[in-house]
Design a protein around this ligand. Structure first.
Ligand SMILES: O=C(O)CCC(=O)C(=O)O
Length: 259
């Protein structure tokens, strides 16, 4: 993987200031003004990656955006992203529709469809901010992406249950690039062999905290062996937006646009 970097990152882990649930441009500009005194530091190229490895798990983690830039992207996403409503905001479990405990949206190249848990989500056209983040990820990884799934968590009660990103339309040779903005949240990997009644082996979970402006690359074969989740964290009172950039295989039958 080529790790060319064209972006600046701050040296220390960045924490987001308290943002209200809906951060308008003006509110976020005020927050940004307050943080202007924090001089941005440039890392020597390439950006520093942290390798996270376990049996069958291969991830790279880095701070991709400075706090100032991550704040700006956060409020632009708040302005631009349209989340699904109605049945598109639900998943099917044992044939019944359930609301998801977060908001979701999908963007990408024309006609791409992503299907999971009984829902079929058609990609909306890329917005300027999503293209900007996608290109920043491509710049530091050398990987190209044609689709992004967006999850918005209004606070620590919103969450995502344990799952693998193993849908058939995903290109399994391409890493999934997860970029986070807003509240820092715990992210937990669990090996498939320790799940369920059988608990075949003892393998420790891998726990990370995904910071504001961070990039987590989940490289193959991570998604074959490890499930991941973003658990409830009641103390978290501010929102978070997560973008998972993916590569969908064009022409796969589930990517065909359906009415
Ligand atoms: O919000 C996150 O960090 C996790 C999102 C996720 O698990 C997914 O998009 O599959």
């Amino acid at each position: 993987m080529s790790k060319r970097a064209a972006v600046s990152v701050r040296k220390n882990r960045v924490e987001m200031e308290a943002l209200p649930h809906q951060c308008t441009k003006e509110m976020c500009e005020d927050i940004i003004k307050d943080t202007d005194e924090d001089a941005e530091e440039e890392f020597p190229q390439p950006i520093p990656w942290q390798k996270i490895e376990a049996e069958g798990l291969d991830c790279d983690y880095s701070l991709l955006f400075s706090k100032v830039e991550a704040d700006r992207i956060f409020y632009q996403l708040e302005d631009e992203v349209e989340y699904f409503t109605g049945d598109k905001a639900k998943v099917q479990v044992f044939g019944k529709l359930h609301s998801v405990p977060r908001q979701q949206a999908t963007y990408g190249d024309e006609g791409l469809m992503y299907s999971f848990s009984g829902v079929h989500l058609l990609a909306r056209p890329w917005t300027p901010t999503l293209e900007y983040v996608r290109d920043a990820v491509t710049n530091v990884t050398g990987q190209t992406f044609n689709f992004v799934l967006i999850n918005r968590y209004k606070d620590g009660l919103d969450h995502i249950g344990e799952h693998r990103d193993d849908e058939r339309e995903l290109d399994t040779t391409c890493p999934i690039a997860s970029v986070s903005f807003g509240a820092a949240r715990d992210f937990i990997f669990r090996h498939s062999d320790v799940r369920g009644g059988q608990k075949k082996r003892k393998i420790k979970p891998v726990k990370l905290e995904l910071a504001h402006g961070s990039l987590l690359l989940m490289n193959p074969p991570t998604n074959t062996y490890w499930y991941h989740s973003l658990p409830v964290r009641k103390k978290v009172k501010i929102p978070r937006i997560n973008l998972t950039f993916r590569h969908i295989v064009q022409g796969h039958k589930s990517t065909i646009k359906r009415e």
